[in-house]
Design a protein around this ligand. Structure first.
Ligand SMILES: [Mn+2]
Length: 319
């Protein structure tokens, strides 16, 4: 069993608007079995405890749905990540919805509180909402705001209950460290579906965002240089890959919130493979595969699996 990689499976789907992403990690493993690669059998696999039973009842927390459960998920995932990051060169996290990714970042920060963590967020969405700005209350639109410790009260649109505010503060402060990440250490690729409050936060914090057209115009080598510069002062890099960064008409609609005009799989591959070989990358997370929504049977999981397979190969061979 190799110790280069530890695989963390997180099936939490309490923060999405649509159910089904908890089946995403399983759908990816189905592809592994079909291809007869037995990739996951080579590594230590750890399943994070979920709180998905909360989906069987309504939530009273209107602007941060099931924040009580997400607070627990942040504790579960951050504990696993902070322990396991000492046992592997790279943590490969395969998660359901994106809402718990702030807990992954928290785990990295708890393990090495003095580290500056660079965050590369490849996604159609900014995931920068807070209970004060969200139009839906779905917390998979908030994980990066939790890592930045942001409320974005400048753009306040909702009256948040005391109970909601308490859970939100718990989530932001997990591990007793807030913020986990500095704005100058964050970069986005493929954003194209943002609310005005998120745009205002990106402007206020001067977050680097490379859109799909810009990515194509510059070419990957230029973008890689820009990102190298962005993360030059960071001690480690966390990469979050939401499959909705990719174009649903090319791949499939097997994800909770697909948005047209995304990356091609080969463009995603170039970015992922580059960072898989990057010595500062300590954690790569894949999220939001939802086989229940896939009009092409299990296509999204197949595409995600092929990306994961190459990433693993590169970690094994090039590091
Ligand atoms: Mn996302």
């Amino acid at each position: 069993m190799s110790s280069r990689i530890v695989c963390i499976i997180n099936e939490s789907e309490i923060s999405a608007g649509t159910r089904g992403s908890s089946l995403g990690p399983g759908a990816i493993r189905v592809v592994d079995h079909q291809r007869e690669n037995y990739l996951f059998g080579r590594y230590k696999n750890i399943y994070v405890q979920d709180e998905n039973h909360l989906l069987d009842e309504p939530t009273p927390l209107l602007w941060a749905k099931r924040a009580n459960g997400l607070s627990k998920v942040y504790e579960h995932v951050s504990k696993v990540v902070s322990e396991e990051c000492h046992n592997a060169e790279v943590l490969l996290v395969i998660a359901a919805d994106h809402g718990s990714a702030g807990g992954t970042i928290a785990g990295l920060k708890i393990a090495n509180p003095d580290h500056r963590i660079g965050v590369l967020w490849i996604d159609a969405h900014g995931d920068l909402h807070t209970p004060y700005t969200t139009p839906t209350g779905n917390m998979h639109g908030m994980p990066l705001a939790t890592a930045l410790g942001e409320d974005n009260l400048q753009c306040k649109a909702n009256n948040v209950s005391d109970e909601t505010a308490m859970y939100w503060n718990q989530i932001k402060n997990i591990g007793g460290i807030c913020p986990k990440v500095q704005p100058e250490d964050v970069a986005f690729i493929a954003l194209r579906d943002l609310e005005s409050q998120e745009v205002a936060m990106i402007d206020r914090l001067n977050l680097l965002s490379i859109e799909v057209d810009e990515f194509r115009a510059k070419g990957f080598d230029q973008v890689a240089l820009e990102l190298e510069n962005k993360f030059s002062n960071c001690d480690e890099i966390y990469l979050s890959f939401d499959v909705d960064s990719m174009d649903p008409t090319v791949v499939s609609h097997g994800t909770g919130t697909p948005v047209d005009n995304g990356l091609l799989p080969e463009e995603a591959r170039a970015i992922l493979n580059h960072f898989a070989a990057h010595p500062k990358v300590r954690c790569i997370e894949f999220v939001e595969v939802n086989p229940c929504l896939d009009e092409k049977t299990n296509r999204m999981a197949e595409v995600a699996y092929d990306l994961i397979y190459e990433v693993v190969k590169i970690i094994e061979e090039k590091r």
